[in-house]
Design a protein around this ligand. Sequence first.
Ligand code: NAD
Ligand code: NA
Length: 397
Amino acid sequence: MVIEPKIRGFICLTAHPAGCEQNVINQINYIKSKKAIDGGPAKVLVIGASTGFGLASRITSAFGSDAATVGVYFEKPPAPGKPGSAGWYNTAAFEKQAHDAGLYAKSINGDAFSDEIKEKTIALIKKELGQVDLVIYSLASPRRTNPKTGVAHNSVIKPIGEVFTNKTVDFHTGVVSEISINPATEEEIANTVEVMGGEDWAMWIDAMKEANVLANGVVTVAYSYIGPALTEKVYRKGTIGRAKDHLEATAFEINDSLKAIDGKALISVNKALVTQASSAIPVIPLYISLLYKTMKAEGIHEGCIEQIQRLFEQRLYNGSTIPTDDKGRIRIDDWEMRPDVQAKVDELWKIADTESLKSIGDLAGYHGDFMNLFGFEVPGVDYTADVNEVVEVSGLV
Ligand code: NAD
Ligand code: NA
């Protein structure tokens, strides 16, 4: 069939297999253009492996370090006449490339928050890999059913304590407007921490440790975000920030629990990027469009793959001590947070409106990246061609 984008706000209901495949190939080629990661991981589990930072982590492990990878994700398979989700096609493309390169790659599609998927993943690792030496935790989800209580929790993106009013942009139309978001209730804060906090990460690591599938010296990394003062009321000091505080605190607990096997739990604070998760957060798309413009002008713009390549090469596997901030976090958002970059974004923010954004912001870059998430507007792909929407993931278990 010929697949066209069907956009509904910050989601696209369709995805293009050839575009997704090209995106994955481009990321693989980027990793191959870099030198191999010396002392990199050998057997890797990526939880949230099909898009964004998780996919980039899987690609970097496989093609930068020849690692065997197991990917866990929650994606919609295609059916005749009904395209699957982007993460499905990304994984199909990744596994095809990995298998062609002689690399072990298998996937599990299902709810990572459930006991069932944890058990299934652990059984697979036990049987086929024995143990893993790196566990990447890169889930982004709006809901979670806690397997211990059976209660389903929904996260919200709201400020805490007071109404937050600021500028935002509709990244499809370029219209800048003011939005006000009411503060979260205590219950909404608690629910957001249930979904995006660290409890599930700890459950994964506990279960894996219990099953003896973590190698001696194992490293586990979860991704966090901080961002500037501009967005802090809705992000870092809002509901999602509380969840990230919890995730970051959980890193210390997991770290203690891994001492017996010389393991480490780490947080990596990554850069703001266009992903399915971040495009749903108000204010952030305007910030990102000004940030992209500024970082591109400075020659320091990065996407997920550049971020994760640098994380592996210069932080996790740099052959020496892993540099962290005063809270023990790896900072690969260092270029985003550079004072000169932030000063420039602040200056642009003050004058940003529908008219000025056309020249001071990188809305085209934002919009293009958003379309790319779903395999659309990828250079070199013929969107008029008939493509087979039913694509299999070769390593799906
Ligand atoms: P994403 O939406 O691209 O990826 C989310 C992944 O989680 C996908 O693989 C998806 O299939 C999987 N997933 C979601 N729910 C699942 C479930 N119930 N079971 C199994 N898999 C599930 O998101 P992303 O932006 O790459 O975010 C990953 C992490 O990086 C998050 O912790 C996010 O906060 C963090 N982060 C994002 C940014 C950013 O700007 N995008 C910046 C810094 C940190
Ligand atoms: Na991810």
